[in-house]
Design a protein. Structure first.
Length: 69
């Protein structure tokens, strides 16, 4: 019972589930959806979190490879 104070994992999880249900039921069309995930090693994640130019380059490379496939 968080009583509205600060961050509560229970409330956050419930809100996340409600948002996902809303998107599936009312926003996204009834078509197949494919999800792609780019996983990176932790040291590279930390670099990209603070280096905007490198993050853009990695994202562009990933997008080109994905669209070329």
């Amino acid at each position: 019972m968080c009583k509205g104070r600060g961050f509560c994992p229970s409330c956050g999880g419930r809100r996340m589930a409600d948002t996902a249900a809303h998107l599936v039921d009312r926003v996204l069309p009834e078509v197949p959806v494919r999800q792609w995930v780019l996983s990176l090693p932790h040291p590279l994640r930390f670099l990209l979190a603070y280096d905007r130019r490198s993050c853009t380059r990695v994202l562009n490379t990933f997008s080109r490879a994905l669209l070329g496939w």
